[in-house]
Ligand binder design. Structure first.
Ligand code: ADP
Ligand code: MG
Length: 712
């Protein structure tokens, strides 16, 4: 069936396809600017390029520079904050150039997935990967041109790369070019930071977009989004719909509901009161007012690359696409054909709270700038409409711009990388917007406690150097290193791979009980990490042949993609450990060494039960509850360590394991020096950081809806 469809789509020959793609390229605003851009890059070591989203910056500019010979003897790198963008754009450029992705001139590199070869000349990569390469080669001597794309996103890695590349420019005066690209019109901040660098503008075109708000706040933005999508489909003329949601779970359940409800809609003819007989042809579609079928297409980071590319395929005649996206569709990728945007007003973001001493993943309102970007996506090819699922008053209450990530996330791995790059004075590093001092100090303290830095703040050898190179957060890196000494590195590798992959357990709404029963087989009284280990072991035990692993996943309600990825990460981490000379040993069925190894890295996330049965994070005194999804929920062990905090109605500790309180002072003596017997009742040696601007979590009360209620 799939094959038949493929065949129908393939009549376009190779040459015809190249021709079509060439014509498409030539229509992009970046095309008209190409000679000017190339000339400016030739003459300026640093160039800032500003251009509307969709104008062809990412797909075209690296190639212009390559074609003009500016990368002679080296590569062009183009960084992306998002993995999806790196992959889909590389795929597109490879197609446009008629070369094989990975093996030919165009490749990409994202964490745990490197698709480059000695032939690679244009390399799309996440900003985090380029930062990692700088650890090995601080002057990035393989690259003749580095394009820092999506600079307006201001991710931590891009911000750090700003500082590093400024230095590379000073040292490689003649043979290096830096291009900083941004979709926001404010070039001034970049120009100032890069010592008055020249800015060039790619003239985009934008059609008017009519922005609509809800009259009253919505109870559930998900229900509202589903209803809005169906309403647009029924009432509006041709054009695809782009819906902004916050994450994979939400997107998957929305996709299911929209598909179900769209199938139940009356055909357009009937809806329009113009009943016709069944044999009409596609040409009558216009007359009917709207396309007949709705194709639901999700796009988010964890979706496999082949599926990510599906959103770019034009909707077949008579159909309309509804694309359910995270904020990757805000500026990183542009999907042709979108005329309607539905903006829930939310985004999932990771933020670090020194008060909680942990990163926190939460759904937060977007900024006004983000809301404008989102609406703008409706007007790229023709006038469009944007439906904001919040009131106009709420919009005015939103923060004008997004706070740069560096001012709100955990900086431990960033600080560690700076140290490994030989930048000792991290507080004095040339940041475009320096992170708050307390956050930097906290990271330094954490790295000290993990043994990555000594008391002078120098990188320790070998521990600090190893932790900087392992492609996981320093806390997990420490777990891996400790496991070598504790005789459980096999198990620790499996656990770290499992926590680094996507959501493992699949819980379809309609089969909730069946899924819970299947998952129950892996339950462990000792916690979620052991449960993940059990899944990993069981899966690894199934033969690779004959699709048995897929069948195993289906019958156990386990996400096959997440498992394949976990195996992949496991292999790569194992190679790292072997390279570091860490012995691979198994503790068999005895969980004790593994739980102790977890403590050796996750101790800042240790929480202790209080007299009233609630929990407090020992290091910070913050109240947390065990996440309802945990096997420990309702079990009330005395002491736990956990992976991360999730904030919904309250602070939840996700992925927890039972530990002994007495292990803490033993395995992290410096951190718990004053704790000893009465852990949890008092503060550890760290000073409570003061509140600094930008560090506090946005409270859930700040949801736009509720603003509106306060105002209304
Ligand atoms: P910018 O970086 O300025 O936002 P891009 O270079 O990403 O613009 O996009 C230019 C054009 O290329 C857009 O019209 C977009 O739809 C198209 N495009 C980008 N990636 C793909 C892809 N994987 N498949 C099809 N079209 C793509
Ligand atoms: Mg781009």
């Amino acid at each position: 069936m799939g094959k038949g469809r493929q065949a129908a789509e393939e009549p376009e020959g190779r040459a015809a396809k190249r021709q079509r793609l060439d014509a498409e390229r030539r229509r992009l605003p970046a095309w008209s600017a190409r000679e000017k851009l190339v000339e400016l890059v030739r003459q300026n070591q640093v160039l800032i390029v500003i251009g509307e989203t969709g104008s062809g910056k990412t797909t075209q500019i690296p190639r212009f520079l390559y074609d003009a010979g500016l990368a002679k003897g080296g590569l062009v790198a183009c960084t992306q904050p998002r993995r999806v963008a790196a992959v889909t754009v590389a795929q597109r450029v490879a197609e446009e150039m008629g070369t094989e992705l990975g093996a030919g001139k165009v490749g990409y590199s994202i964490r745990f997935d490197d698709r480059t070869s000695p032939n690679t000349r244009i390399k799309y990569m996440t900003d985090g990967m380029l930062l990692r390469e700088a650890l090995v080669d601080p002057l990035l001597s393989r690259y003749k041109v580095v394009v820092l794309d999506e600079a307006h996103e201001r991710t931590v890695s891009t911000d750090v790369l700003f500082g590093l590349l400024k230095n590379v420019c000073r040292q490689r005066r003649d043979d290096f070019r830096l291009v900083v690209m941004s979709a926001t019109l404010d070039a001034a901040a970049f120009t100032r930071y890069f010592d008055g660098a020249q800015a060039a503008y790619v003239q985009g075109r934008q059609f008017p977009v009519e922005v609509m708000y809800t009259a009253a706040p919505e109870d559930s933005y998900l229900d509202a989004a589903i209803a809005a999508a169906l309403q647009v489909h029924c009432d509006e003329g041709p054009g695809d719909i782009l819906v902004f949601l916050t994450g994979q779970d939400e997107i998957e359940s929305c996709a299911r509901l929209i598909t179900e409800r769209a199938a139940a809609l009356p055909p357009p003819e009937v809806a329009n009161g113009a009943a016709r007989d069944g044999g009409e042809d596609e040409e009558d579609e216009q007359a009917a007012g709207r396309p007949r079928e709705l194709l639901v297409l999700p796009i988010y980071a964890a979706l496999p690359p082949e599926q990510q590319l599906k959103v770019f395929q034009p909707a077949p005649p008579g159909t309309r696409k509804v694309i359910l996206a995270t904020n990757i569709a805000e500026t990183s990728i542009t999907i042709a054909g979108v005329r309607y945007v539905i903006d829930t007003g939310f985004v999932k973001s990771r933020s670090y709270s020194p008060r909680l001493g942990a990163d926190c993943l939460q759904v937060a309102p977007v900024s006004q700038a983000q809301a404008r970007q989102r609406s703008g996506r409706a007007g790229r090819e023709a006038p469009g409409k944007a439906f904001r699922l919040y009131t106009e008053a709420s919009f005015r209450q939103l923060p004008p711009a997004t706070v740069p990530e560096i001012q709100r996330t955990n900086l431990a791995s960033t600080v560690l990388q700076l140290k490994a790059l030989g930048i000792h004075d991290v507080l004095g590093f040339d940041f475009m917007d320096p992170p708050p001092r307390p956050a930097l100090l906290r990271s330094l303290e954490l790295l000290l406690a993990l043994g990555a830095l000594d008391s002078q703040g120098n990188l320790t050898k070998p521990t600090g150097g190893w932790l900087a190179r392992l492609p996981v957060e320093p806390m997990y890196g420490r777990v891996l290193l400790a496991s070598g000494q504790m005789g459980c590195s096999e198990e620790a590798l499996a656990v770290v791979a499992m926590v680094s992959t996507d959501v493992v357990f699949h819980q379809p709404r309609e089969k909730r009980e069946e899924a819970a029963e299947a998952h129950a087989r892996f339950r462990s009284r000792e916690g979620d990490h052991l449960m993940l280990l059990a899944v990993f072991r069981a899966y690894s035990g199934v033969t690779r042949k004959g699709g048995e692993r897929g069948a195993w996943c289906r019958s156990h309600f386990v996400n096959p993609r997440a498992m394949r990825k976990a195996i992949d990460i496991h292999t790569q981490l194992k190679e790292h450990l072997q390279a570091l000379g860490i012995p691979l040993r198994s503790c068999g069925e005895d969980s004790l060494p593994l739980r102790r190894a977890l403590v050796a890295g996750l101790f800042p996330h240790a929480a202790k039960r209080q007299l009233d049965g609630s929990y407090k994070v020992i290091a910070t005194g913050q109240a947390v509850a065990i996440h309802p999804s945990s096997v420990l929920a309702g079990k009330k062990p005395e002491c736990i360590v956990f992976n991360e905090l999730v904030r919904t109605t309250k602070q939840y500790a996700r992925d927890a394991t039972v530990i002994e309180a007495s292990w803490l002072p033993e395995l992290a003596p410096a951190y718990f020096a004053r704790q000893h017997a009465n852990a949890g009742q008092q503060q550890p040696q760290q000073a409570q950081p003061q509140h600094a601007n930008g560090l506090q979590h946005r409270q859930p009360q700040q949801r736009p809806q509720q603003h509106a209620q306060q105002n209304g």
